[in-house]
Design a protein around this ligand. Sequence first.
Ligand code: FAD
Ligand code: DHB
Length: 388
Amino acid sequence: MRHQVCIIGGGPSGLLLSLLLRRAGIDAVVLEQRTRDYVLARIRAGVLEQGLCDLLRAAGVGKRLDAEGFVHDGTIIAAHGQKVHIDFRALTGKTVTIYGQTEVTRDLYDELDRTGAPIFHEAEEVALHDADGDAPHVTFRQHGRSHRIDCDYIAGCDGFHGISRRTIPETVRREYEHVYPFGWLGILSETRPLYRELVYAGHERGFALCSMRNAHLSRHYLQVPLTDKPQDWSDDSFWAELRRRLPPDLADTLVTGPSVEKSIAPLRSFISEPMSWGRLYLAGDAAHIVPPTGAKGLNLAASDVYYLSRALIARYTGDEGLLKSYSATALARVWKASRFSWSMTRMLHDFPAEGEFLQRMQRAEVDYLAGSKAAQTALAENYVGLPY
Ligand code: FAD
Ligand code: DHB
């Protein structure tokens, strides 16, 4: 079969790219190795920048987001005895929206189904061929049958563990990586959120984050050693540790209950350059990973998709310039968001091997943040998302 664009990966990057291209009359197919139920069961991000919200609206999937998403005007940074309110709206004129990645993905699947977009689930042994030539093709197996897709371009949207990035020869690819010596234990619980805004807490026992999905569903995280397993943590031990890491006035209002999901994610900063090779273009986690502090992972995937969809649409109307500059354009924003995620991680986590000097630096940084409108503006500007 033949399609103009073959998209590897049916996560948020691949689905959103497919829909934006379809809206512009470009025929794209999506190959996803998992079942749809598996993709929809993954609990991940929850904070959407305005840029992502606008992109979802442009793709025609903004209705439920606008009806059910919660607009947040600010956040609380509670660390080293300080409680700093960062007022996004007052400082930047922008806000963020709380709407789960699961819901974004569901909306995208529903709309792609409605428009009859081709998506192959349970696509196995996906392989890219001649991506650096003029006539690339992709092969895969599904339910025991072999398939071949000839295309003009391949979009690698298959996440960190995907095959697209690794198709780029090692002689061309340069990877930058920083692995953090801890993970995040996350729970989802049908309880009232701690506070009307997200609370990022830095404590000598480790970082904690109180987030939410809606008024009855909270999402909380704790910094934990990489050796911990989710089953090591009972619900009671999670809540007790979370309470210890929060400022007392907030801890007193914490509502606890059974968890409905519990998982541990390692933290990593990773960037692979370049983000294109021949007719292969990478987007989202396939090209970069940020630590979750600062909620940038999904939002970076969205800016990549914005740049790539714009470039492909321009190409099909005769202008190849934006495709040529795609990698450099996307990477400029990726590095800045990675810097922000790294600096938030550094400011708020316990780094056991680094000793008292770092702790005092962290204290000084939060102290500076508390007293400086410039510092608060810098944090807010990055948190709500740098312009596309
Ligand atoms: P993915 O969501 O990883 O999608 C890639 C898709 O490609 C997957 O569906 C995968 O099954 C498919 N695939 C992989 N290999 C192949 C193959 N060979 N063939 C075909 N398909 C393939 N970000 C935040 O902002 N906040 C958070 O709280 C947060 N929490 C996270 C928790 C976890 C455990 C993880 C892993 C990520 C988290 N992120 C978070 C990051 C955010 O979820 C990602 O940045 C976002 O999912 C990126 O979307 P993507 O479509 O690029 O990649
Ligand atoms: C969530 C995750 C984050 O990494 C973050 O910084 C904020 C919110 C969340 O899952 O709700």
